[in-house]
Each structure stands twice: as structure tokens, then as C-alpha cells.
Design a protein around this ligand. Structure first.
Ligand SMILES: [Zn+2]
Length: 376
């Protein structure tokens, strides 16, 4: 009995090793969508909305068409409660539509995995599914992430988009409020670094309507978090901005739509910090784009920064369950002044190159973690 279980374990190890060797020998872009065939990849996309409804994945492939090559695929981990006491027969579908709380809806990960698995291998090669259905204020969150990897091996590339501080949202989440100093978050980042999971984090840099001359409220805590986890590969969503989380230095009175040099300076400081070489930013969301393209000067400032650090920025739409290609690609077209202002090399990297590098590396590392840690 003991000998046979030992033999089984040895066989299991050999199989895992063999798989690892196969993975390492595979060309990194095998079967992936060829860059030249498409205009752009989307590093930030929600297939479903705040009530877990959305577009069918086959229909979404039609929407991507020949323009969008690859997409980081996730739902939304928070579900808006329909509280009869609050809104009666009115069924809210967005967090701004109700005072009732949001709660973590972990089934989103199974939903995304099953949608991905329903596709052909060629179609699957155009998606990088992400795990989002965990509560970042829960010490057990990391166990959920491992459970998802074990239940759906071969599927996921990373975790996120998940949120710590998000205007209008964080305060509505039932239970403990998430915090950048919560050890539960450290456990998540530790595991992401260990397994190679790419992290897409939403964290507002400041409180809504922050004071233009004050340091952004969450800046120091975010810096500390990043410094505690230099080995995790992170995409900080929306460069830390929000609908009313203005770029540092801007305010409602001086014009919230102005992207201020101070915000650019903060990003520059983060990008030049040798301690956090794995920090990246996505420029997803029309609310982010509104600052970047607010004036020719704002475009120039953003383009100068991206041209200096072209490997640290990714395009994303932040579209939520879009109905058609026009609405899906609205943000992409909104950025036309930025595309025009980037060098050809930077433009290629922000649109496609950085996506391919980061997601391919993460996916290979997660497959290797699964091969070594999941009993088959
Ligand atoms: Zn976000």
C-alpha cells in the first residue's frame, strides 16, 4: 500500500516535471492571436455587470472582430443587492442606482471559467481570464484564489480587477472595509508573486474631491504596499484616478478635467523607483481618458511620460458588457490624440506589446505553478 502510493506520488512528480518541460519548450506566443492581425489588445474588460449579467462570450468575439486581438477577461466581483425596502420594484443594475449594499459574488469566477471553456482553442487563445471573486479584506481570500486554480486548471492568468479604495463603491460593500494595510491583502500579493499571477488593482490615489495642494490621501499607503511586494507584477488600473478622484493638483474649481503636471510627476516618481520595477499602469476607462485628452497640453504631458516609460503602460477599455463594437471601442477612439502623440514604438507597446509580454509571462508561470501544485 505504502509502496504503491509512493510509486503514484513519484509518477505524479514525473508527470508534473514533464509538463513543466513541455511548457518551457513551447514558444511563448504559440497559438496566440498574431499581433499584426489586430489593432490593439484590451487589458481591462468586464464581461458582466454589477448584477452579473452581460454579453455572451461568442457575441463578444463578434464585437472584438478583427480589431481587438486579445482581452483580459473578468466579471465584476461585487453584486448590487436589489433591496425591496430600498427601491421597491425598481431593479438597480449599477452601484450608483441604489443605496442597498454590494456583496462579493464568488460565482463570477466559475462563470468566467465556464464561458472560456465553452470556446474552441483558437478562440481561447484570445482571452486571459482573471480571478476576481474574493473579498480582499478576508484572510481566506487567498484560499479562494487557490481553489479557483485547482478547480479550473489551465484557465486563469491573474487576479483582478479588484478594488481596495474606489469612490462610491468601497463604502457600499457589506462587511469589513478593504484597506491597503490589511494583512489579508499581503497574503494575496504574496501568493500572486509565488504563483506568477498578474495583479490588476483598482485603488483610488485620493479621496473624492481631494484638496489640490495636499498629498493624495492613499499615496503613502499604496507606496508601502508596493514596496512590501516588489516581486508581484502589478497593473495599477486607471493610473489611480476616478470619476471625482481628480489628478493631484487639479480640483473642481481649477477644472477637474485638467490633467495636472503633479499627477504626471507622481507617476514619474513611481516609474523611476528602482524598488518597484514590476509596477505598470493601465489607461483604461473613459473617466481616465477624459483627463488625458482634456487639452493639447494634457496630451503632451501624458505622451511625454509614456514615451519615456513605454514598457510600463497598457491600453484597456474598462468596457462593461458592451452591446456593440462602437460602444466597446469608444475609449480606444477617444484616445486618438494620445495615439498620434506617441512614438511608433511606444504606441505599439501600449496597444499590444506590453500586453503580450506581461500576460504571456504570467500565464506560463501560473501553468507551471498548477503543474507543480495540483494533484491530477
Ligand atoms: Zn476600475
Amino acid at each position: 500500500m505504502a509502496r504503491s502510493s509512493q510509486r503514484q506520488r513519484r509518477a505524479g512528480c514525473a508527470a508534473a516535471l514533464a509538463l513543466l518541460v513541455v511548457l518551457l519548450l513551447l514558444p511563448p506566443h504559440a497559438a496566440r492571436a498574431q499581433s499584426d492581425d489586430y489593432q490593439v489588445h484590451d487589458s481591462h474588460f468586464h464581461l458582466t455587470n454589477y448584477i452579473q449579467e452581460g454579453v455572451e462570450i461568442e457575441a463578444f468575439l463578434e464585437i472584438m472582430g478583427n480589431e481587438v486581438g486579445r482581452v483580459a477577461l473578468f466579471g465584476i466581483p461585487l453584486q448590487q443587492t436589489w433591496s425591496f425596502q430600498t427601491s421597491g420594484n425598481y431593479a438597480p443594475s449599477y452601484y450608483l442606482h441604489s443605496d442597498a449594499p454590494l456583496y462579493y459574488y464568488s460565482f463570477t469566477d466559475a462563470y468566467i471559467a465556464m464561458a472560456y471553456r465553452s470556446l474552441t482553442p483558437a478562440q481561447q487563445a484570445r482571452f486571459d481570464p482573471m480571478i476576481t471573486g474574493f473579498n480582499p479584506a478576508d484572510m481566506y481570500a487567498v484560499d479562494h484564489i487557490k481553489r479557483v486554480l485547482r478547480t479550473f486548471p489551465g484557465v486563469f492568468t491573474g487576479i483582478g480587477e479588484f478594488s481596495i479604495h474606489k469612490e462610491f463603491v468601497s463604502a457600499k460593500v457589506a462587511g469589513n472595509t478593504a484597506s491597503l494595510r490589511n494583512p489579508a491583502l499581503d497574503r494575496i500579493f504574496d501568493f500572486a508573486a509565488e504563483a506568477g499571477l498578474l495583479v490588476i488593482l483598482h485603488n483610488d490615489l485620493d479621496i473624492p474631491f481631494g484638496k489640490p495642494d495636499a498629498e493624495p490621501v492613499y499615496l503613502a499607503r499604496m507606496r508601502d504596499l508596493l514596496l512590501r511586494h516588489p516581486d508581484a507584477t502589478i497593473i495599477w488600473a486607471h493610473t489611480g484616478l476616478g470619476r471625482v478622484v481628480f489628478p493631484s493638483g487639479a480640483s473642481a474649481s481649477v477644472g477637474p478635467a485638467q490633467r495636472s503636471p503633479r499627477h504626471i510627476h507622481l507617476l514619474e516618481r513611481a516609474l523611476t523607483a528602482p524598488e518597484v520595477p514590476n509596477l505598470h499602469f493601465d489607461i483604461s476607462w473613459d473617466e481616465t481618458a477624459k483627463y488625458i485628452v482634456s487639452s493639447p497640453e494634457a496630451v503632451r504631458l501624458a505622451a511625454d511620460l509614456i514615451n519615456r516609460f513605454p514598457d510600463r503602460f497598457l491600453f484597456g477599455t474598462d468596457a462593461v458588457a458592451p452591446k456593440d463594437r462602437e460602444s466597446y471601442l469608444a475609449v480606444y477612439h477617444q484616445y486618438q490624440p494620445l495615439w498620434d502623440a506617441l512614438t511608433p514604438e511606444a504606441r505599439q507597446m501600449v496597444k499590444k506589446g506590453n500586453y503580450e509580454r506581461l500576460f504571456d509571462r504570467a500565464s506560463a508561470r501560473v501553468r507551471a505553478w498548477e503543474a507543480a501544485n495540483i494533484k491530477r
